[in-house]
Design a protein around this ligand. Sequence first.
Ligand SMILES: Nc1ncnc2c1ncn2[C@@H]1O[C@H](COP(=O)(O)OP(=O)(O)O)[C@@H](O)[C@H]1O
Ligand SMILES: Cc1ncc(COP(=O)(O)O)c(N)n1
Length: 266
Amino acid sequence: MKKVLTIAGSDCSGGAGIQADLKTFSAHGVFGMSVITAVTAQNTQGVFAVQDITRDVIAKQIEAIFDDIEVDGVKIGMVSQVQTIEVIAEQLSNYAPQIIVLDPVMVSKSGYHLLNPEAEATLIKELLPMAMIVTPNIPEAEVMTNSSIQTLKQMEEAAKAIFQMGAKNVLLKGGHLEEDSIDILFDGQEFSYFSSSRIATKNTHGTGCTLSSAITANLALGHTLNKAVSLAKEYITIAIQNSLSIGKGVGPTHHFYTLYKKAGLI
Ligand SMILES: Nc1ncnc2c1ncn2[C@@H]1O[C@H](COP(=O)(O)OP(=O)(O)O)[C@@H](O)[C@H]1O
Ligand SMILES: Cc1ncc(COP(=O)(O)O)c(N)n1
């Protein structure tokens, strides 16, 4: 069984963060492991408190995993603070896993800063060059490139600019666009496009976490980058189509729809 690690924040309401990542790994038949960078108190309506995990405990979690287990892929999500980023970069350059997927989580759908704005530059400097692929959404790409993105052309320009910052591959997600949900992948030479029609639902809590974890699982399973993204896009689309009206706000997606359907559970 392939072994895949998420380094991210905990979402106690189960729709995003570590919880979404582990559900996604399980749905892909890979063995999920987690390094928790921060504990958030959040639900479908908002984020109410965050406790960052100390540098030392983050380092020890990474060591505990890599000193014992062969890791086939790593996904990085919420990293919170400068010191969190530094310790992750230090440890990962030490263990040098081949597959690193970076989801540059900045602001929650409810508007809470999950990444301290002072740490944005460190994230770009330290983690971007280590990643095989970085997966910003439109607001994150706007922050990274200091530009406004409303059209496909502007998405392409931003993806090129992020590539110039040292990313090996850039998947700029179009979930925040008004019409089609088109994600674009730039490998430094060519663009590939992954589109689905827009699903009319408010329940998109954790879509970015889920997509990046699905890409990581697919890469660990041996798929090429293009195939890994394409399969992940299919997976997130089904998860959103069957998203769950759990909670009073932005509900989670259905991580196990296809499996449950096959097993006759739904
Ligand atoms: N309403 C929607 N209909 C179809 N796909 C969506 C919708 N919202 C998001 N997606 C898809 O979900 C994935 C995550 O995108 P996005 O919501 O932009 O990321 P984030 O959660 O980081 O803000 C992308 O593949 C995007 O195209
Ligand atoms: C711990 C944690 N990590 C990430 C997100 C982003 O969620 P989304 O994928 O909906 O942008 C979140 N809300 N909480």
